[in-house]
Design a binder for this molecule. Structure first.
Ligand SMILES: *Cc1c(COP(=O)(O)O)cnc(C)c1O
Length: 469
């Protein structure tokens, strides 16, 4: 298995070569030269596998430079019932015949990002042990990604995490989740500013190539290919759980932001999983919905990004979308490079009049958007009708999923977070607090460990340098 760049400027590389970054030198994203195809006999065999065995089968199709026994060990350490609170890892809940919720948010930070990030933590540790290198992860977060990264990297050899967050701007639950970590390799830096200030600092530090190299600065952002691969597994698992035979087709509804989750669904479908529809749901930030309806991709300015009650989907451009457009344009890297030259200048592109536009339907994509009132109404409806409480992101997926539901095609909605993380919206919808999952009830009383800093790039550099000597 070799990886190439969506913009054509990278000689084929192995998985381990692209593991730590995912971004290729020409600015494009790493993607498999060919997707592995799973034939009917193999798919039949996979139906009976445990999550861990299925994970091994899928990961070996994408990773051929880690010895099998080592890879099995990494998977066994990652996907444990203790860490994911459930022997199935991603349990399927059936609300009525043909309507299911796939539970992806039972990991340590109660959001679906744990599924990929926990694997990434163990893959990073394994790769660094081989080379003897260190990695200092620098990131900015407004909530989910930062805590998911910290819980994946805590206590790991040769890895430190420096996570910037806007002081006092995250929810109490999210703040407590991150700041209560006492691990010596985790550094929470609360910035006197907003999220964009944090992101600007990360960009400035990363653009200082000398500093970046000297202190082995890296990231864990959502364009990392290993994160996509890890997410492919639960599309297969969810399919097998919701069907009786591999002759059935299903639809998946996916609450989307950076296009990472649904990109994995697209790859699963390209591998041969019988997915009829991939239903993409956005919130008020509808840049992706607009594309799938009109063919126009118009990244927004940061100023135009709405702060919504499904905050993990508040994006102005979708970082993983380039991988999908590579397939949509029938893998013409020169075309993708041309389109993204415009995107990088803040311009829009329009594929509606090109021969590529028909591929949208061929790939099974449909889309829709949600908004605050619809989100709250959906939470209320599912509580009244099925006695389940869903979080605001999952509610967006359900709302759009139901709008596109086809008779006789099972609909699987991906649950991306636990409602306890967003209790304000839950109270607004149903008038009471969601239950706090076991083990989390005391979180906000734990002692917190963090440093407060100004928006000052050189002060942050000094902070990192001091701790990396
Ligand atoms: C990150 C996130 C999303 C969006 O996922 P993408 O892979 O960025 O499309 C949706 N819901 C929750 C709760 C998230 O944390």
């Amino acid at each position: 298995m070799h990886y190439i760049s969506t913009r054509g400027g990278m000689p084929p590389k192995s998985f381990s070569d692209i593991l730590l970054s995912g971004l290729s030198p020409d600015g494009g994203l790493a993607i498999p030269e060919l997707y592995p195809r799973i034939d009917a006999a193999e798919l039949e065999r996979w139906r009976k596998l445990s999550y861990q065995s299925l994970a091994f089968e899928i990961l070996t199709r994408f990773i051929d430079d880690i010895p099998e026994t080592d890879l099995r060990g990494i998977i066994e350490r990652t996907y444990t019932p203790e860490l994911f609170g459930n022997a199935d890892i991603t349990p399927l809940k059936t609300l009525e015949p043909g309507l299911h919720i796939l539970g992806l948010s039972n990991g340590p930070t109660l959001a679906f990002k744990d599924i990929a990030m926990q694997l990434l933590g163990n893959l990073f540790e394994y790769a660094l042990e081989k080379t003897g290198d260190a990695l200092n992860i620098l990131g900015a977060t407004s909530g989910d990604t930062g805590s998911s990264a910290e819980y994946a990297m805590r206590g790991k050899q040769r890895i430190r995490v420096f996570m910037l967050s806007p002081l006092g701007k995250m929810s109490r639950f999210q703040t407590a989740q991150m700041f209560s970590l006492q691990d010596q390799n985790i550094f929470n830096i609360a910035i006197r500013g907003v999220f964009d200030d944090c992101q600007d600092i990360v960009k400035a530090v990363s653009n200082d190539h000398q500093f970046k190299q000297k202190y082995h600065i890296g990231t864990v952002n959502s364009i990392n290919w290993a994160r996509i691969v890890a997410q492919i597994i639960y599309y297969f698992k969810g399919y097998f759980a919701a069907t009786h035979s591999n002759h059935e087709q299903v639809a998946f509804a996916v609450p989307s932001g950076n296009f990472g989750n649904i990109c994995a669904g697209h790859v699963a479908r390209m591998m041969g999983l019988p997915i009829k529809q991939l239903i993409l749901a956005t919130n008020e930030n509808d840049v992706l919905d607009e594309f799938f309806r009109t063919g126009i991709y118009r990244p927004r300015a940061t100023m135009e990004t709405h702060h919504t009650s499904s905050p993990s989907m508040d994006i102005s451009k979708a970082s993983n979308f380039e991988r999908f457009v590579f397939d949509l344009t029938e893998r013409r890297a020169d075309k993708v490079a041309e389109l993204w030259r415009g995107v990088d200048r803040g311009e829009a592109f329009d594929l509606s009049a090109t021969p590529f536009w028909d591929n949208i339907r061929r790939f099974g994509f449909v889309s829709g958007s949600s908004h605050h009132a619809a989100r709250i109404a959906t939470i209320r409806k599912f509580y009244q009708q099925y006695n389940v409480i869903v979080d605001p992101h999952t509610a967006d997926g359900l709302k759009v999923g139901l709008e596109h539901r086809e008779t006789d095609i099972p609909l699987i909605c991906l649950e991306t977070a636990q409602p306890a993380k967003f209790s304000e919206s839950i109270v607004e919808a149903i008038g009471c607090e969601p239950d706090c999952p076991a083990g989390y009830d005391n979180l906000e009383n734990l002692s917190q460990r963090y440093d407060v800093k100004d928006v000052d790039i050189s002060a942050i550099k000094a902070y990192i340098a001091e701790r990396c000597e």
